[in-house]
Design a protein around this ligand. Structure first.
Ligand code: DHA
Length: 129
């Protein structure tokens, strides 16, 4: 196997044919996280964007931790949202997980639908060292 599969039992198990993350050399590619609870596998938040965004960020942290990394090591995020009307709220919560001196590169796009009909999905790329 050319690259390393990253797995955390503190993050939701994949809900399809993908890994939580793949480590390729010093780079870790974290799959899109949605607001799934790692224990129940159920969506949390009941459609509340703030709760979903916090759960997504916690899931990203858990997967990164399994690779020995933190959000500080993230170089790029991709945010997929159901409604760009929530851009401000998502930004506020997302931004609170980073320090004022460092925010990764990013794009945010509105999409018609997301897995499990959630409001937000975020993936990231992190580099060790
Ligand atoms: C939730 C996902 N990352 C997926 O279905 O690809």
């Amino acid at each position: 196997m050319p690259h390393t599969v990253v797995y955390s039992n503190q993050a939701p198990a994949p809900i399809g044919p993908y890994s939580q993350a793949i480590q390729a050399g010093a780079t870790v590619y974290v799959s899109g996280q949605i607001a799934l609870d790692s224990v129940t596998g159920q969506v949390v938040g009941g459609g509340d964007v703030a709760q979903e965004t916090n759960q997504v960020m916690r899931n990203l942290q858990a997967v990164l931790q399994a690779a020995g990394l933190t959000l500080r090591d993230v170089v790029k995020c991709s945010i997929f949202v159901k409604d760009l009307g929530n851009f401000g709220l998502i930004n506020e919560i997302y931004g609170s997980y980073f320090t004022p001196d460092y925010a990764p590169a990013r794009e945010t796009v509105e999409v018609s639908r997301l897995p499990k009909d959630v409001q937000v999905e975020i993936s990231c790329v992190a580099v060790a060292g």
